[in-house]
Design a protein around this ligand. Structure first.
Ligand code: ZN
Length: 363
């Protein structure tokens, strides 16, 4: 079955890209020290087997990638369709993961790099040398793509109990590889950002899987496809591909472009939950460029015992508006939203550029 073809023929737009830090060095004439895989080495043996699976997917997308191995230089995708896999990333983790699980681990590493090759075709090589926020966006999109490719190439395992473990391994891997804080000395998303990206990719893979099954005559997947596309908002019309749109939400591109000021008061006794936020949020564009984004004002309750733990927070309300601002421009939005405070939780109103709030730049 030609999964790539089903993918490209899909009604929704998708694509992705990602780029290694050393790509730029090579594009500028630097040398690459990687060598072809050596089948007598255990790490290379795994890489060769997993690359063979992904090569079929790549070919269906018009890509003819070449695998090279390196020691300690990082995993990198190059515009000439060379993918370099870093043996040390395999060796380091071989002690933590048994060899059966290692195959899926390596497949995800390769799938992420393959996503970068698709990005090169889609956007050219320019984003690889762009500013850190744009590169974070590319890396996030490569994790989304990597997750989708991982899911779609797991067909033989989908019916077995290996799937859960493989997906957990991938989720832990990207979390470990994330960086500690946004926009501080690096071009990868945060730990949580990378894991979120992968989750979207796995969801997209599930959608594609259902779509493919329907095309092959399995009508029982129709409701799954429709449900997934609604949940993922795949039918929404965005000016950029869905994967890029989601990557922007995850990495908060445009973070430095604006400020917001929240004025809110608590109005007791109005809602079923006891209190509401009556709010006014003023967004200001502090750059000389026009900015457009989806501003989402959210009422969130955080655990009093761990107020920074977004995993354990509860979302009570969300109001999203498309905001467009000329250079120096301001706009104020108003509204009311349930607010839940009690002995266990503390309520907070959140909006961009607070990284807790999701929003996206772009026209
Ligand atoms: Zn990457």
């Amino acid at each position: 079955m030609n999964r790539g073809r089903a993918l490209l023929a899909g009604a929704h737009a998708w694509c992705f890209v990602c780029l290694g830090s050393m790509s730029a060095a090579r594009a500028q004439g630097g040398s690459m020290v990687a060598q072809p895989p050596d089948p007598t080495r255990s790490e290379d043996k795994i890489a060769i087997a997993e690359f063979a699976v992904l090569s079929q997917f790549a070919a269906a997308n018009g890509l003819h990638a070449t695998l090279m191995m390196d020691d300690g230089g990082g995993c990198i995708a190059y515009p000439d369709q060379t993918i370099v896999l870093d043996r040390s990333q395999i060796t380091t983790n071989l002690s933590k993961i048994d060899s059966n699980r290692m195959s899926a681990f390596v497949r995800f590493l390769l799938a992420h790099e393959l996503s970068h090759l698709i990005q090169f075709n889609k956007y050219s090589y320019a984003p690889a040398t762009a500013s850190d926020p744009v590169r974070q966006e590319m890396e996030s999109e490569a994790d989304i793509g990597g997750g989708m490719i991982l899911y779609l190439t797991l067909t033989s395992q989908l019916q077995s109990n290996q799937t859960t473990q493989i997906i957990q391994d991938a989720l832990q891997l990207v979390f470990n590889m994330g960086q500690d804080a946004e926009f501080i000395g690096g071009f990868h998303p945060t730990h949580e950002g990378r894991r979120t990206s992968l989750r979207y990719g796995l969801s997209l893979g599930t959608y594609e899987y259902a779509l493919e099954a329907i095309n092959a005559g399995a009508s029982m997947y129709v409701s799954s496809r429709d449900h997934l596309s609604a949940v993922l908002e795949l039918q929404q019309t965005h000016s950029v591909p869905w994967t890029r749109y989601m990557a922007r939400q995850i990495t908060h591109t445009g973070f430095p472009n604006m400020t917001s000021v929240i004025n809110s008061d608590v109005d007791p006794g109005i809602s079923a939950n006891g209190m509401k936020f009556n709010y006014q949020v003023t967004y200001t564009n502090i750059t000389p460029k026009s900015v457009a984004f989806d501003g989402s004002v959210q009422s969130i309750s955080f655990l009093r015992s761990s107020p920074n733990d977004t995993f354990q927070s509860l979302l009570w309300g969300s109001n999203t508006q498309r905001i467009q601002l000329a250079p120096g421009g301001s706009v104020t939005v108003t509204g009311a939203m349930d607010r839940v405070d009690n002995s266990q939780y503390v309520a907070k109103l959140v909006c961009p550029p607070d990284p807790i709030a999701l929003y996206s730049t772009g026209s």
